[in-house]
Design a protein around this ligand. Structure first.
Ligand SMILES: Nc1ncnc2c1ncn2[C@@H]1O[C@H](COP(=O)(O)OP(=O)(O)OP(=O)(O)O)[C@@H](O)[C@H]1O
Ligand SMILES: [Mg+2]
Length: 340
């Protein structure tokens, strides 16, 4: 559905010199600075997949999305989406894609949401009957009923995001780009948006490319993630795979009936690969490597040696793993093109 090959974008900006004299110099000779925002990115996405496209600030996510939506022309490389080249066949391409930039709205500020929707219907030339059916579906899915007659400027952020999401789907595009669709949303609004994303991908077979800094979004929605860093892909593979490979260090939080010291637990494990930290007089947090002791063996020993009241086995947390990758703590910077 989406094929990206060697996609590269170099931004060319010119640096202004200071003062009047500098301004005159600028007229004669401009000093250009180049930023390599996306550097030879290649990946593909199948129909119906929800891909998490993640990376730290300035990694090149939005730049990639802008090229895939046809807003920006790449410096080099090739993209095909549903058989079209975004920046060459723009008019046909925009009918194939839905776009949501969480940071700004595509709705008209001063008119009622429903009027914005009607204008979009005209722009995309959607048949009235089709439009009415889809509007009904979206209204139910995203609980838009009470919002439709309000002007966009009177909506809260979460309400606005739900309306924007509906707007990006009204022309029934097969491919959806979501750039930070849950930014700034409270827990309940976030769940609504996530449910809607899941619905359109699973039940309607849409292909979704999702950018977010909230890794719980990714964990909840995506089977596969692509991690971009400094314009290059440093990981492309399943979440399950990355956890298996890198989630080898786990944690267990244990509550005891009476006071138990971290050191007594360390002793019972003979100072091996288990590390214990005292969290409260009767609470200890254990960190252990699953390669040397399995979670079940660990718990069996604790339960037989101590008087346990409660315990929680944690992780592996995607956020911990991704942080390690961002920080370059691991040697996973290998391209896993098969996508596992
Ligand atoms: N219009 C532009 N002109 C010049 N440089 C730009 C432009 N837009 C982005 N950049 C630069 O390109 C790089 C990638 O930016 P991009 O917006 O793609 O990052 P991002 O991954 O979306 O980050 P964020 O998580 O902060 O949204 C950054 O170094 C940024 O400063
Ligand atoms: Mg961005």
């Amino acid at each position: 559905m989406i094929t990206v090959e060697n996609l590269t974008k170099v931004y060319r900006t010119f640096t202004r010199r200071e003062g009047i004299f500098g301004g005159l110099l600028d007229l004669l000779h401009r000093d250009y600075r180049e930023t390599l925002a996306v550097d030879g990115v290649s990946f593909s996405v199948e129909r119906g997949e929800i891909i998490g496209y993640i990376g730290s600030n300035g990694a090149g996510k939005s730049t990639t999305i802008k090229m895939l939506t046809g807003i920006l022309r790449p410096t080099s490389g090739h993209v095909s989406i549903n058989g079209l080249v975004p920046w060459k066949q723009r008019t046909a391409h925009v009918r194939n894609i839905g776009v949501l930039f969480g940071q700004r709205t595509q709705l008209f500020w001063d008119i009622a949401v429903i009027e914005s929707f009607r204008l979009l219907r005209k722009m995309y030339d959607v048949h009235k009957v089709e439009f009415d059916g889809r509007l009904k579906e979206m209204t139910e899915l995203l609980d838009l009923g009470p919002l439709l007659n309000k002007p966009t400027r009177k909506l809260s952020l979460g309400q606005r995001m739900r309306c924007d999401f509906a707007a990006s789907l009204l022309h029934d595009p097969p491919v959806i780009f979501l750039d930070e669709p849950t930014i700034g949303l409270d827990v309940s609004a976030k769940f609504k948006v996530r449910d809607a994303i899941r619905h359109i991908a699973l039940e309607r077979g849409k292909t979704v490319l999702l950018t977010t800094h909230d890794l719980t979004d990714v964990e909840d929605l995506c089977q596969r993630i692509i991690i971009i860093d400094n314009g290059r892909i440093i990981f492309n593979g399943s979440i399950k795979g990355i956890k298996e490979r890198m989630g080898k260090v786990r944690k267990a939080l244990i509550d005891f009936h009476d006071t138990v010291s971290a050191s007594s637990i360390m002793q019972s494990f003979d100072g091996s690969s288990v590390d214990a930290v005292q969290r409260a007089p009767n609470q200890v947090e254990l960190t252990f490597a699953t390669e040397s002791i399995s979670p079940s063996d660990l718990m069996r020993r604790i339960l037989s040696d101590f008087n346990v009241q409660d315990f929680v086995l944690k992780g592996p947390e995607l956020s911990d793993i991704v942080r390690k990758i961002y920080d370059g703590e691991t040697a996973i910077a290998s391209r896993d093109k098969a996508g596992e």
